[in-house]
Design a protein around this ligand. Structure first.
Ligand code: GLU
Length: 548
C-alpha cells in the first residue's frame, strides 16, 4: 500500500472513504507520473547481453499474462544474445497447486521458449527452485541481522491482527501497521537467546524512513512512499523470513536476482508496488538493483480485468482447444509491444518466434493497458494453421489428420468413416479453418454425413417457394451428369435459361442446399470435387424425395 508523491497532494483533499479506495497503486497515478518523467532513452536496446528471468510461482497454471511475461523476458535475452533463466518461486508452500510445476515446464517447452538455466537444466547459479535455496537465504538473513538492518519479531498472530485493526482506524490514514515493538524492546542478545530457546519468530526488514526512488525503464522515475500518521507512527518493516523458516517473495526475489546476475526484470505492473521494498533491500546489501520494467495489465477489449470468464484460460487448455503455439506467441507478443517501424510495415502483424528473437527491442514496449482481443487469436491461428497444413507430408498434418479423424468418428458415431475422405476435406478446407476442431462441428459435418433437410431451412436458404424448388431440383437431377466442377457453371446457366424468370443464383442456392443443407462457406466447386458425382446425385435425389 503506497502513496506516490503526486497522489499524496491529492489525497489531502480527499475524504477518508475515497482514500481507502486508493490503497492500491492506481493507474491514474502512473499516468500522471508518466507525463512528468518518461524518457525514451531509457528504453534503448541494451548493448550488453541481458540475463533475464521468468519467475513463476507454481500456485496455478500458466495463463496469457504469464505467457507474455515469459515471452518478453525470453525475447530480450535472445535479441541481445543473453540468457533466459527460469526460476521457480515456490516458497509459499500453502498455495502450491498440484501439477503446476510440471505445467510451467511443459507450457514453456510447447511454446518453444527454451530455457538456458532452470530447475530442469541446471546452470552456474543452481538450484533454480527457491525451496531448495533455504541455506542461501539463511546466510543473507544473518548478514542483515548482524548489521542491525533486520530483526526478529516474536509478536503473536493476535497482536499483529490487533495492530492491523487499529491501524485501519487511524485518521489521517496509514498504509503500515506494525509498531516495531520487537525492534524497540529486544537487544540483539535477547533476540538471539529467545530464538535459541525455540521461540517462534519471523524476521523483519528495518524499512527506511523514506524508500529510495528508482527508475522503471518504461515508466520513468518512481517515488513511492508509504503513508504515515504522524500521531501514531507505524512501520512497514516487511517480513523477510516467515515463521516456517522460508523466505518471503520479496526477500528471495532480491537475493536470487542478485546472485543469479539478473540484469533486467520484466514483470507485470502488479509488482510495481513491491519494488521500493526490493530496492531498499538492494541498498541494505550494498548491491546494484537490476533494471526494472513493469509491463501493463492485460484487460478485455472493453477495459475490464481479464478473467476466466472473458476467455483467459490456461495455455494448455487453449492448446487442447486447438490453438497453436505460433498463434499464441504472435497474439501475446502484441500485448504491450509493437515492432519498430521498419519491421511494423507489414499490415498483417504476423511474427514468428524466430523473427521476434531478432527484432524484439525494449523501445517497442507500450504503457497503456494491453487489450486482449480473442478475435485476433483466431486470426493468427487461422494463419498458422493454414501454413502448417499446407505441407501434407509433415508430422503436423498427419497428426492432426489422425486426431480429427478420431474425433469425427466419435462425434458422428461412425464406425466406417472414410479416412481418405477426411484427408481430402482437410486438404481442401484446411486454410479456411481458424481452428482444426472446427472440422468437428456442424459446419463441416455434411462432408461426412448427408444433410438433414427441413422445410424451414429449405425455404430460408433457397429463398423460394416449394414449387420452384421442386422444379429446380428436378432439373438438377436430370442434368446431374453436368454437375462436375468443369461443367458446373454451364449446367447452371442452362437450367436458368430453360425457365423464364429463373435466376442462376436461385439454382445455385438450391444445389447448395441439396449438398450441404443450411451450411455455407465452402465453394461449390470444392464441395462437388470432394463429394464426387455419385454422392452429388444421391443428395439431389434425397432432396427431390423430400420436396415431393
Ligand atoms: N513469483 C512472482 C510471480 O508469481 C514473480 C514476480 C517477479 O517477477 O518478480 O509472478
Amino acid at each position: 500500500m503506497y502513496c506516490i508523491t503526486i497522489e499524496r497532494r491529492l489525497l489531502c483533499k480527499l475524504t477518508s472513504s475515497r482514500v481507502r479506495a486508493t490503497h492500491h497503486y492506481s493507474k491514474f497515478s502512473l499516468r500522471e507520473r508518466e507525463k512528468e518523467h518518461v524518457s525514451h532513452d531509457l528504453l534503448s536496446q541494451p548493448t550488453n547481453p541481458v540475463r533475464s528471468r521468468f519467475a513463476p510461482s507454481p500456485t496455478g497454471f500458466l495463463h496469457l499474462g504469464s505467457l507474455r511475461t515469459a515471452l518478453y523476458n525470453y525475447l530480450i535475452a535472445r535479441s541481445t544474445h543473453g540468457q533466459f533463466i527460469l526460476r521457480l518461486e515456490d516458497t509459499d508452500q500453502k498455495r502450491l497447486v498440484e501439477g503446476a510445476e510440471e505445467n510451467i515446464y511443459h507450457t514453456l517447452e510447447w511454446l518453444g521458449l527454451s530455457v538456458d538455466e532452470g530447475p530442469q537444466n541446471c546452470g552456474t547459479y543452481a538450484p533454480y527452485k527457491q525451496s531448495e535455496r533455504t541455506a542461501i537465504y539463511s546466510k543473507y538473513i544473518k548478514k542483515l541481522l548482524d548489521k542491525g538492518l533486520a530483526y526478529r519479531c516474536f509478536c503473536t498472530k493476535d497482536r499483529l491482527t490487533q495492530l492491523r485493526d487499529s491501524a485501519r482506524l487511524l485518521k489521517p490514514p496509514t498504509t503500515a501497521s506494525y509498531d516495531r515493538y520487537c525492534l524497540k524492546h529486544y537487544s540483539k542478545e535477547e533476540s538471539d537467546e529467545k530464538a535459541s530457546a525455540g521461540e517462534h519468530f519471523t524476521v523483519r526488514f528495518v524499512s527506511p524512513h523514506k524508500y529510495p526512488t528508482f527508475l522503471d525503464l518504461l515508466h520513468g522515475k518512481i517515488d513511492q512512499q508509504i503513508q504515515i500518521n504522524p500521531l501514531d507512527v507505524r512501520y512497514e518493516d516487511p517480513v523477510l523470513l516467515k515463521s516456517d523458516g522460508l523466505p518471503t517473495y520479496h526477500f528471495a526475489n532480491v537475493i536470487d536476482d542478485h546472485l543469479m546476475k539478473i540484469t533486467h526484470v520484466i514483470r507485470g505492473e502488479e509488482w510495481l508496488a513491491s519494488t521500493p521494498k526490493h530496492v531498499a533491500l538492494y541498498d541494505a546489501f550494498g548491491w546494484n538493483p537490476p533494471k526494472f520494467i513493469h509491463i501493463p495489465l492485460l484487460t478485455t477489449v472493453d477495459n475490464r480485468k481479464l478473467s476466466k470468464r472473458s476467455g483467459d484460460i490456461d495455455i494448455m487448455s487453449l492448446k487442447s482447444k486447438g490453438f497453436l503455439p505460433e498463434a499464441l506467441i504472435n497474439f501475446s507478443v502484441l500485448f504491450g509491444w509493437s515492432p519498430r517501424r521498419e519491421y511494423g510495415k507489414k499490415s498483417s502483424e504476423i511474427y514468428s518466434l524466430k523473427e521476434l528473437e531478432k527484432i524484439f527491442t525494449l523501445e517497442g514496449l507500450t504503457k497503456g493497458n494491453a487489450k486482449v482481443d480473442f478475435k485476433k487469436l483466431d486470426f493468427f491461428n487461422k494463419h498458422y494453421l493454414g501454413v502448417k497444413l499446407s505441407d501434407r507430408t509433415s508430422d503436423f498434418y498427419n497428426n492432426n489428420l489422425d486426431d480429427i479423424y478420431r474425433k469425427l468418428k466419435t462425434t458422428l458415431k461412425m464406425d466406417s468413416l472414410d479416412y481418405h475422405l477426411v484427408d481430402r476435406v482437410l486438404q481442401s478446407v484446411g486454410t479456411a479453418l481458424s481452428n482444426i476442431n472446427e472440422l468437428n462441428t456442424e459446419k463441416y459435418w455434411y462432408f461426412f454425413v448427408r444433410p438433414e433437410y427441413t422445410l424451414v431451412t429449405l425455404l430460408q436458404h433457397t429463398i423460394q417457394d416449394k414449387d420452384t424448388v421442386k422444379v429446380i431440383v428436378n432439373e438438377l437431377n436430370e442434368r446431374a451428369a453436368g454437375l462436375i466442377p468443369e461443367k458446373l457453371s454451364d449446367t447452371i446457366k442452362a437450367i436458368a435459361k430453360s425457365h423464364s424468370g429463373l435466376k442462376r443464383k436461385t439454382v445455385y442456392q438450391t444445389l447448395r442446399y441439396a449438398l450441404s443443407g443450411p451450411q455455407s462457406g465452402i465453394s461449390m466447386h470444392t464441395i462437388i470435387d470432394i463429394l464426387g458425382l455419385y454422392e452429388v446425385k444421391q443428395r439431389l435425389q434425397n432432396l427431390a424425395d423430400f420436396v415431393s
